[in-house]
Design a protein around this ligand. Sequence first.
Ligand code: PBG
Length: 327
Amino acid sequence: MSARFPVARPRRLRRSPALRRMVAGTRLHPADLILPAFVKEGISEPQPVASMPGVVQHTRDSLRKAAHEAAQAGVGGMILFGIPAVKDARGSAADDPDGILQVALREVNAEVGDSVVVMADTCLDEFTDHGHCGILTPSGDVDNDATLERYASIAVAQAAAGSQMVAPSGMMDGQVGAIRTALDGAGYGNVPILAYTAKYASAFYGPFREAAECAPQFGDRSTHQQDPAGPLEEALRELRLDLAEGADAVMVKPAMTYLDVITRFREEADVPVAAYQVSGEYAMIEAASANGWVDRDRMIMESLVAIKRAGADLILTYWATEVARRL
Ligand code: PBG
């Protein structure tokens, strides 16, 4: 073999940290990151979430502190989830102007709203006593159109409380259109919708249901969330529908097990694409790290870079503040 072979040597560009940094094709920026946070009504101390070490159910005060830390780190947005003291079948607290989520939205927005996009998850499962994402029929199905009326009212209550964006996560047919119409009719035509567009019926939401106290009391969400084995065309159909209904940004969820869907969304959509690195993705890395089995910090960065490289413009991650500080 000639001593001059090979001519093409990809290793040349990998020789030094400076070279690798200069040619890196994927860059994370704090502004791309959105921090999900839980706020619980009527508690005086933050409550740790056992299956998500490092994540808590916030008090109103500790949430404000977390919001300042996120703002300081340059995080782009925060998405709030509320856990009310009292739940009922229709999730009445979800659109109560004095409900925990609305109170938290007002407070957080007042403090960091100039630098952080403060938004709300628009759903019912945290607020219903049965834990489902909507209004139930007598036989226990989620009633799509009755639920749309609730979502419309919740989105308006959230916008009135200062939510700068609303993020419907219930996977009801027509949810984006119903919310758009309601927001426009109530004078909130300038509030954008971040649609959970391709949301899969995933085992990776397990820890979230402890954090948000919203595990369904019976049944599951597979009649409305997408089947993980469903065809890619199903996700693309949801994308077309959400864009036609007026979605301002679209989301794929979970992230790491659906990188192919993120890539297709980035190719097809003419709006920002978000990906949600969900509770189970967080818990897996934290648990393995706690056992000393993996390098936590590198694994976190690698997971986020993969999601970004797949095509996500925005990433919802429970590590948002920590990672933003590190960048
Ligand atoms: C519904 C909602 C869920 C998550 C975000 N919004 C739970 C579900 O669909 O069961 C999951 C987020 C996570 O696992 O981190 N309000």
